[in-house]
Design a protein. Structure first.
Lengths: 236, 236
């Protein structure tokens, strides 16, 4: 017997920041959809405010249930700002310690949408936008979990087949956490939305699908020839 | 006879915002490199500040020489904010009219970098970060040029093979411009940077190349069967 999940656990609660002003039919709050997009992309774009101006940097990330983790050198700007609680008015001190107001966005491009009209050209995509306060992770166990998640985000299972971070590496690495709380997805699928009066125009219309292509793995020159390609890579 | 370009035109001038605090050897300011990355990606991530907090949205864009263009509904938030000059302290009025402080970032993921150590896992990528004040484009001719560039960014040459925007569509579309002035690229290539003492560990090490894959174009159901696939699509 299947038990229906209550609305509150199956979906994120929309907020004024996560309800778009337009194309509302493309907005979605389903947790499974959001997790799927976050897990499929390799890079997120992390936005924060420095000296009153926006900064958007690409970075690796990892997900553990309803938490996203980003890591970096303890010397990198956003990680220093998170520890110091600097950046914006919203990043006030709280019982959880200082933090940094961020917007973390992930986008997958699925296709080029060619309409008869220039106006209706578009792309098919799936994106997730997360708003919140990033906080530095100090608990040693949570830091290890986060770093494993970031490695496993690059290749699932890889954290079991690599040398874990040592004390020196851990000391040089800052980890920040962003809870999946104020979250929305946006999805466009399907063909072009041409106006009826344009349907007879002599222009090709349709979609060019885009997908990620994996090339043959390239071994490091200095890799022991006895080490075979692991199954988790040949499966890509 | 070849004439060497002076440094000032071949490269963007670094600024405090475009010189990274770490991994400086990965930062680049070469215009040709920057243009190549911008032209190859399909989506940018546009960051701006709303109510003191960062917002990062994926969007299409187009490039014309040293100018980037983004378009959207006149009702969309960043485009309204650009016209109103709202958002941040930096977006002050100037002789060029109001504007919006933005950071526009484009990232291409080229490979997964697997090191023996978890710490040295990484990705190969090429990214461009543009800081500046986005301004609304009002000149009708520049607006047309910008909209063509955005369509041609999806498929080069497509603006010649689609119906141009009509008066109603133009009235519903806002176009903003961001000059390529404060710009940097960041590039990581090559294999993992394992520490010498890790080279004998029994873990596979190397790179899994990633590339964009185009699927077979999917015709719209309502497309006249007499219309063949154009050359610019079969070439993809």
């Amino acid at each position: 017997m299947e038990i229906a999940m209550p609305e509150s656990t199956a979906a994120y609660q929309p907020t004024p920041r996560t309800v778009p002003t337009r194309a509302r039919e493309r907005a979605a709050y389903d947790r499974e959809l959001v997790h799927g997009i976050l897990d499929e992309a390799y890079v997120c774009h992390l936005g924060f405010v420095r000296d009153g101006a926006p900064v958007v940097l690409p970075t690796l990330y990892g997900r553990v249930d309803e938490r996203l983790y980003v890591h970096g050198s303890t010397g990198s700007r956003p990680l220093r700002m998170t520890a110091a609680g600097g950046g914006t008015e919203r990043a006030a001190e709280s019982e959880a310690g200082p933090g940094l107001a961020v917007c973390l966005t992930v986008t997958l491009v699925d296709g080029l949408v060619l309409a008869r009209s220039a106006f209706h050209h578009s792309i098919n995509y799936r994106s997730v936008v997360v708003h919140g306060i990033a906080r530095q992770v100090t608990d040693p166990e949570e830091r290890r979990t986060a770093l494993d998640a970031i490695v496993d985000h690059v290749v699932p299972g890889r954290s079991y087949d690599s040398r874990p971070a040592n004390a020196r590496e851990l000391a040089a690495t800052a980890v920040i956490r962003l809870d999946l709380d104020e979250v929305s997805a946006k999805v466009r699928t399907g063909g072009p939305n041409d106006d009826p009066e344009d349907l007879s125009l002599p222009h090709w219309a349709g979609v060019v699908p885009l997908a990620r292509g994996y090339g043959a793995p390239v071994r490091s020159d200095d890799l022991d020839p006895a080490i075979a390609l692991p199954d988790y890579l040949s499966a890509l």
